[in-house]
Design a binder for this molecule. Sequence first.
Ligand code: OSB
Ligand code: MG
Length: 368
Amino acid sequence: VQIHTVILRYLQMELKSPFTTSFGTMKTRPVLLVEVVDEDGVCGWGEGVAFSAPWYTEETIETTWHMLETFLIPLLFQAPVYHPDELRDRFSIVRRNYMAKAALEGAVWDAFAKRHGVSLSSALGGEKKEVKVGVSIGIQPITNILKRIEQALAEGYQRIKIKIKPEWDVNVVREIRHHFPDVPLMVDANSAYSLRDIDRLKALDDYELLMIEQPLAVDDIVDHAKLQAKLKTPICLDESICSYEDAKRAIELKSCRVINIKIGRVGGLTEAKRIHDLCQQHHIPVWCGGMLEGGVGRAHSIALATLPHFSLPGDTAASANYWERDFIDPEVTVDNGRIFVRQQIGIGYTVNLTEVERRIVRSKIYKK
Ligand code: OSB
Ligand code: MG
């Protein structure tokens, strides 16, 4: 089918509470919504997940918009798409810019599923009817962290992840373990350490952590391999894995024992599925990461997480974990640590244009 219209919308969303990582604090979250319309009027929705600053990867919401407008939308208009898997090759003449590619590819996947009258989960080959969910808790005073954990466990979340950085790690984990000796717990450093910190990282081995996420530099799978050889706790890579090839190299070098798959970071659902299949062959457990997405991005992540090898709880928490009001209907809810996968066609949630309009900063329509 030929896609003849793409609409980009830039929204500004307010987080319910600020989110602090080793890099800094976010109070608001810009969202790039992508809507595509095909020749028969079938619509699909995608979401760009870059932030306003390039701390997580090199992309920002503005670079995403630019890449879409100047290169990716024209490439999409160039020829019909018979299957969304084709876009990986078509977009490959643009280097990297994975979040931009994923935003547009995701919208085409949604339209593709709707056209065939199936859920996005089924279109991807997913089988699970529910997915397991954990929650990611930002850096904040320890009393608040303990309160958030208690609340999350009461809501049934299946594992707790906290953000760490040098000087905010062993002490915090020790305190959490003191109050919650058995809770499934992991930590995420967002690349705040180097091999010089090996003693601090080894000290975390005493706390039965499920894994340590991305302790070292984003592009350093060599040092991660050296560290993994010295740690009992599994290393999970996030920022380091931007493609199937990255995953292949990390597995071969033994740089990690777990991989966090994020659709935006790897350039789309097709690539995410390839990484999933590779990890399945190599018995590397995977889980679906989060980017503080709005409802459309979260819906895509939930669909991806229905693939069989997503065995660990993901970071796809309920809408209410992030927003006073998400812009989809219904909002995503978590029931005893599980999200029931909607079986309606496409992403299974409707975009609420009134909620979208309320937050719009700018929008633009592109025609073939
Ligand atoms: O590293 O997984 C991360 C949020 C923003 C950017 C990076 C990360 C995170 C999270 C929270 O840990 C994930 C979520 O709840 O959406
Ligand atoms: Mg992470």
